[in-house]
Design a protein around this ligand. Structure first.
Ligand code: NAP
Length: 273
């Protein structure tokens, strides 16, 4: 946030429901301050029925950028002027940026997932398994395939996994218990299992030594899946990195300036205390 809000300060924000305790305002305001950008970022709790009015408000009030979170990522696509190619293929928008007088949708979850995984491994030619077939799964699968990985999609509801795999060009789909039979280099959990609970979507015995195991869940920061991965000799990677890099891509989309990753990480950590 700037030291003083003036007539020149631009406003950004996040629309979601319920607002809960999103860490996005803390992260983006810290990044704006560190980069000397005169902007402020706040959270808007918008129930689904109010989304059209909220987007009309974004237009009228001239907000520079809004992040779009659960449950609005699909519904927002019909309310804006343009959706970029990647977001259209993923089928979800998590970022709306003003370009002159138009609102343009994009998706930075796939960029966040790729950049997070690339902290630990290259992606081209790797065998990846993605657990889940919801919005986060679509972005993660898209990102992995863009980088040349071979992807299996496993989900509780198998026909959702099959549809996703077919639409995005994944190699195969199946039920979650297939993991035990699949050789893999990378495992990503995009189910909500583990979110504010001590459960894992898979038994520890299905995890492979040496593989990279990323959990999209970041609350708690160290999930049961990540603890099991460490115990089995796999390389755990917390969902905080996917969140940080998707926020960094949002920041870069609007400002054109490289995002200060350490500042975003520090703000994420501080907001969770
Ligand atoms: P979503 O669209 O609602 O999808 C939820 C997924 O979880 C579905 O595949 C669902 O399976 C599965 N699931 C739910 N309960 C389950 C259970 N008890 N057992 C097995 N599978 C279960 O949600 P989303 O938007 O994809 O988000 C999923 C998670 O990713 C959330 O925890 C979210 O916070 C996290 N996320 C993190 C980031 C990040 O930057 N780190 C970004 C986006 C999302 P069915 O199809 O069978 O219902």
């Amino acid at each position: 946030m700037p030291e003083a809000i003036t007539a020149a300060t631009r406003l950004c924000g996040i629309v979601l429901h319920p607002a809960g305790h999103t860490r996005s305002p803390a992260m983006h305001n810290a990044a704006f301050a560190a980069a000397g950008i005169d902007a402020a970022y706040i959270a808007f709790d918008i129930p689904p029925d109010d989304l059209p009015d909220a987007i009309a408000g974004v237009r009228t009030l001239g907000l520079a950028q809004i992040a779009v979170s659960i449950p609005h990522k699909e519904a927002v696509m019909k309310l804006i002027d343009d959706v970029d190619e990647e977001a259209r293929r993923i089928g979800a928008v998590n970022t709306v940026t003003r370009r002159e007088d138009k609102l343009v949708g994009s998706n930075t979850d796939w960029i966040g997932s790729n950049r997070a995984l690339e902290r630990e491994t290259e992606l081209a030619g790797k065998r990846a398994v993605v657990l889940g077939a919801g919005g986060a799964a679509r972005a993660v699968v898209f990102g992995l395939i863009e980088k040349g990985a071979e992807v299996h999609v496993l989900n509780r509801t198998v026909d959702r996994a099959e549809r996703l795999a077919q639409q995005l060009g994944a190699k195969a789909a199946g039920p979650i218990d297939e993991l035990a039979d699949l050789d893999h280099d990378i495992l990503v959990n995009t189910t909500s299992v583990g979110l504010r609970s001590d459960e894992s979507p898979v038994p520890a015995t299905a995890l492979r030594e040496g593989s990279v195991v990323m959990d999209a869940v970041y609350d708690p920061e160290t999930t049961r899946l990540l603890r099991d991965a460490a115990d089995r000799g796999a390389r755990p990677l917390g969902g905080k990195w996917m969140l940080i890099y998707q926020a960094a891509a949002q920041f870069e989309t609007w400002t054109g300036v490289d995002a200060p990753i350490e500042v975003l990480e520090h703000a994420f950590d501080a907001a969770g205390r």
